[in-house]
Design a protein around this ligand. Structure first.
Ligand code: SF4
Ligand code: SF4
Length: 693
């Protein structure tokens, strides 16, 4: 066949009356879709809170397009954790995207050719090799769409996932499956009517044509069948267009916008100035109007897939918190607001409803450990944690915060540490160690940031003592701030008290600047995150490393030599597992250096085995001590991280190595509660024990 003859009449077998009706219905469906989107866009664009992110951020077009390729089209985030569901969603997405693009191309061909006065047999570009590829690709895209959507239908019917269902989901699933099937029936009819050259170009359509051809009902009946399929297919497609903004499908638009916008930096929080709060008369989020435009878009991007709920340590520990439900409850409010505006019922009443306490329960807000697992796993970059911390800010600012954690906040403000102990006692742990404070002077540009836990908690003081002995052994000059150090304010900020945090942060920054400190090492991932992510917002720019990174460097450059041990053959050999702290592995993406330190001990026979837990690295599980949860007076067995401790025990290890004082405290309490003999050691303690004998 002449390649140029490879084409087909786009409206073959469709009469002009049908075409006119189709155009009228298309206009109605598009109008319905546009009206729905417009209502949402109006809510999204409504003036947000009077502080925080700049109202008109600079557009970084290059970044936006690059994120469109890497985050939207690639769909990689969807395949993390749920590989099967991720691939099926990718098939569905790619299949739908190709079919949509095909429809746009066909329409472009038809209207351009009509404008240029061409006839049906004389297409502009819908012919030849392009046509052959077009037919084949669209035929396979339909198969991808059907495979993806059928898989989703089965999952929903079985109810095996933590995805939340709503009635309209079945409508969308039904429409998409029917759309795919009628598309193939239509193609089959077209092949029998001999309107499609080279049927092999549409293998699935060709298979569908076989039963029609075998029945041989005659051209008139096949023509009627083809027109009927054409109409069903067209009505299904238009129905899908019409319901787009009113169903779960809206996530395709809102999610794309969210993913193309600047990604959220895990572990960082928006700074708010006292002037902004004085001007607004409040802090944080308590009403829909206080959400930013992007946060409202996030509410519509959320598909209630439940991935965040599956990884939430508070949810797993049966606390009254599901990050999925937090987002969905806020979304419900947003939809009510949109609906009330549409029906002219009092939209102000809905938008002004209090969210803290009324929509999101107090216990829900305070169950969060700010571990970041929900935001890290979300394939659409929705931020349940950010909603929670924003509402905590309002809650605390409104004076509603009570009990033990509120007392810890008061101690931070009064004494500069959550233990409420005097600043003069900060160096008590180091009385017999020959260390210099920054005030003593010295030629070192390295500061060891000790943090409150290692300064005051007897169990954690061993971390600081080990660290000091290791630095001294390696001849690394360093200083500490001593009684001039204050809590970084990490817990205060994550608990929602921005002003206690800012007081502590500005004081620490001023002290660090006064001594010209540029480089800091700390064993505490919470201090590390605050120094790296929070302090630059207030002019505190320092080069901060975790102690595991520095210790690894000292080992690998030979400054901390590890001698061989005969313990490997000894009955007392240590079987260790390493627990990744959330703020280190997930938020700061530091998971290898602590393991490498342990592996050096293993290589030299100081450990007999290093066992890896199933949930490790970025996928680690929380010990339960972050986000201020450390200061709640739960009993150990009621604490969020107790399940994680049980995972540690299940490895059969006799020692759990950690890289965070909070994890050490939480696991130590859990071990006592469970009556376990497992040893909880920071990696610096293990290293010092083994090489400084
Ligand atoms: S927030 Fe993200 S992960 Fe959680 S349910 Fe919504 S889309 Fe899924
Ligand atoms: S930050 Fe952690 S504890 Fe808080 S909602 Fe997210 S997953 Fe749950």
């Amino acid at each position: 066949m002449n390649r140029e003859m490879l084409t087909r009449d786009i409206y073959g077998n469709i009469d002009s009356v049908s075409k006119v009706i189709f155009y009228i219905l298309s206009a109605a469906a598009l109008a319905c879709c546009a009206a729905g989107i417009w209502h949402h866009v109006r809510r999204w664009r409504r003036e947000g809170r009077p502080f925080g992110s700049p109202s008109s951020p600079a557009f970084d077009w290059k970044g936006i397009f690059s994120r469109f390729w890497t985050r939207v089209l690639s769909q990689t985030a969807l395949r993390r954790g749920r590989v099967g569901a991720g691939w099926m969603h990718s098939l569905l997405f790619w299949g739908f995207a190709v079919l949509f693009l095909g429809t746009v191309l066909v329409s472009t061909e038809y209207y351009a050719a009509t404008l240029l006065g061409r006839t049906a047999g004389d297409p502009l570009f819908h012919k030849g090799l392009y046509f052959a590829i077009f037919e084949c690709v669209l035929d396979l895209a339909g198969l991808a769409l059907i495979a993806g959507i059928v898989w989703f239908a089965i999952r929903r019917a079985r109810g095996t996932s933590s995805m939340a269902h709503q009635g309209s989901d079945w409508l969308v699933i039904g429409l998409l499956i029917s759309l795919g099937i009628t598309g193939y029936c239509l193609e089959g009819g077209r092949i029998v009517l001999e309107q499609t050259p080279a049927p092999a170009l549409s293998p699935v359509g060709y298979v569908c044509s076989l039963p029609i051809a075998a029945a041989d009902p005659g051209p008139a009946v096949v023509g009627r069948m083809h027109r009927t399929f054409w109409w069903i297919h067209a009505l299904l497609a238009l129905g899908l267009v019409a319901i787009f903004p009113y169903s779960r499908l809206l996530h395709a638009l809102a999610g794309t916008v969210r993913l193309m916008a600047t990604p959220r930096a895990l572990g960082s929080m928006e700074p708010i100035s006292i002037e902004q709060v004085e001007l607004a008369g409040f802090i944080g989020v308590d009403r829909l109007e206080h959400l930013t435009c992007l946060q409202r878009i996030e509410l519509h991007a959320c598909v209630a897939c439940g991935r965040c709920q599956d990884v939430c340590p508070a949810h797993i520990a049966k606390k009254p918190l599901s990050p999925r439900d937090v987002v969905q409850d806020l979304r419900f409010q947003l939809d009510q607001w949109t609906r009330s505006a549409d029906t002219n019922t009092d939209p102000g009443a809905v938008s002004q409803q209090s969210l803290c306490g009324a929509v999101i329960a107090d216990e829900t807000l305070w169950a969060c450990t700010t571990c970041g697992a929900c935001e890290d796993i979300c394939p659409l970059d929705v931020g349940p944690l950010t909603f929670i911390t924003d509402m905590r800010r309002f809650f605390v600012g409104d004076g509603r915060f009570r009990g033990a954690p509120a007392a810890a906040l008061a101690r931070m403000q009064r004494s500069g540490n959550p233990w409420g102990l005097p600043a003069e006692d900060r160096l008590n742990w180091a009385q017999d160690l020959d260390i210099r404070t920054a005030a003593d002077g010295g030629d070192s540009d390295l500061l060891y940031w000790v943090g409150c836990a290692a300064a005051y908690d007897p169990n954690c003081q061993r971390i600081a003592r080990s660290m000091v002995r290791l630095l001294q052994r390696a001849n690394v000059p360093f200083t500490v701030l001593g009684n001039e150090e204050r809590c970084t304010g990490d817990s205060a900020r994550r608990m929602g008290d921005e002003f206690v945090f800012q007081e502590l942060a500005t004081r620490n920054i001023e002290t660090l600047h006064r001594y010209g400190i540029k480089k800091i090492v700390t064993h505490c991932p919470h201090c590390l995150n605050s120094l790296r992510n929070d302090y630059p917002q207030f002019g505190g720019l320092f080069d901060v490393v975790h102690h595991s990174e520095l210790l690894l460097d000292l080992i690998e450059t030979g400054r901390l030599p590890i001698d061989g041990s005969d313990l490997f053959n000894h009955s007392a050999a240590i079987r260790a597992t390493y627990h990744d702290p959330c703020y280190l592995a997930r938020i700061q993406r530091i998971s290898q250096p602590p393991r490498q330190v342990l592996d050096h001990l293993l290589t030299h026979g100081h450990l007999s085995e290093r066992i890896e837990m199933a949930r490790h690295g970025r996928e680690t599980a929380c010990c339960g001590g972050g986000g201020g949860r450390m200061w709640f007076d739960d009993t150990p067995s009621d604490r969020i991280g107790i399940d994680r401790f049980d995972e540690v025990v299940a490895t059969g290890a006799d020692t759990v190595a950690v890289g965070c004082p909070f994890c050490k405290i939480m696991f130590h309490d859990a071990a006592s509660d469970r009556g376990s003999s497992i040893q909880v050691r920071d990696i610096a303690e293990l290293l010092a024990e083994k090489i400084l004998q």
